[in-house]
Design a protein around this ligand. Sequence first.
Ligand code: ADP
Length: 473
Amino acid sequence: MIRLRNYIAFIYAFFICITVFVLSAVINMFAEKLFAEYITGNIRLQTEEIIRSFEEQYDPFTARYNRAGIDVIGMHYLHQGYLVSLADAAGRVVWDVRDMDMEECAVIIEEISARMNNEYRAGGSFAPRLHNLVLGNTNIGALRIESYGPFFYRENEAAFLKTLNRFLLVSGAVFVLLSVIVSVCLASVIARPVLRARDAARRIAHGDFSTRIAEGHAARELHELSRAVNGLAEALGNGEEWQKRQSADIAHELRTPLTTLRGNIEAMIDGIWELSPERLESCLEEIVRLSGLVDDIAVLSLIRREHIVLSKTGFDLAHLAARAAEQFVPLAREKGVTLSVNLDPAPVYADYNRIMQVLVNLLSNAVKYTAQGNITVTLHAAASRGGAHHELSVADTGCGIAAEDLPHVFERFFRADRSRSRETGGTGIGLSIAAAIVEAHGGSIRAESAAAPGTGGSVFTATLPADISARQQ
Ligand code: ADP
């Protein structure tokens, strides 16, 4: 497998080379085309100039051409690539450059033909063109101009084109070289944070959750990659930490009742305690409480492990609250406590069973910790800066919660009054389950109580976002 740095450098350099090549070819093509057009125009102008020069050598009084002048002009244009032959009005050849210097003519024909055919693959040849010479309205002869067609480059023009092409070639090569250097540097810059993330991921895989990498990268994706790796390390670290704490807490919670049970049973076996139905019943109660604790722990660990996967549906929260309250009416009545509801319709998009569990936990606490008076379930719409939401509360006139305990009631295994909650069979998990569920719905939960326990009961309020629009998301 190819290394990331080399791969990026290769791709980058490859595209730059292709671009430079195509660009150079197009520039070269256009430059040659434009230059050929310019040369063709020049040849036309020069042909007109040759004709004019020869016409000027004609003397109308003697009806003859100035021989000395024609010699100079004809030889001059021969060196420019034009082979001229002059005929008088009667059609007699009066001057021909081949008669002047046959050898030079052959050299020039050979030189231009070789240049144009071999270097520029023009595929043309020397061809004559006839032009009439006139003075006023009088025909004074004809000029036969032979040159390489359709156009030809003289030595200096060919040299110019060669220089231009060489310049394109050299600048293209320099650019490609620079691009390769830049692409290697760029590839290293891009690959470095990716390699750092790879190394960090390997360390995390080996259990080093304290691994962190620098996040400040200009490219958003690389910045996000570093953040994701750090987030992963943190989440795994927290998970491990949570698991350790959870195991310690569970061990602690189980140890005490198990030690008590063991002590009681041993005392009965050893005959220290008399075996009586009351003592056995007390042991059974402890066992029932323990199995309740195990059930709660199972729910809690499920919730943590799944990060609470919610299966949301649309329903009326008021309907759910009424059904939950109904379940607790017989229990409340048994204790002589009245249970009333005051519910406004509240359509929500949430996990029905989990929200039901929240309400069951709150109501069972309310019934457990209320000896007399009443329990009220209320549901109202409310609005805050965070948007519209529903406030679902369970208020009781029970023993209340001491101010110093209030901040801890949602912690796992917290019980305000351990001896009392032992009586009530409390495990200290119900509220932490309720809080986890409400928070997974994007809501929050709070507990309020009268300042002194036993004076005014408690109110537990779950705030759930009015999440109807979530259905469309
Ligand atoms: P538990 O199973 O012990 O009730 P919870 O997590 O449901 O566990 O509650 C934690 C603690 O909060 C309880 O032990 C109790 O001391 C206190 N608490 C909860 N609800 C009430 C309430 N309605 N009135 C008084 N105290 C409460």
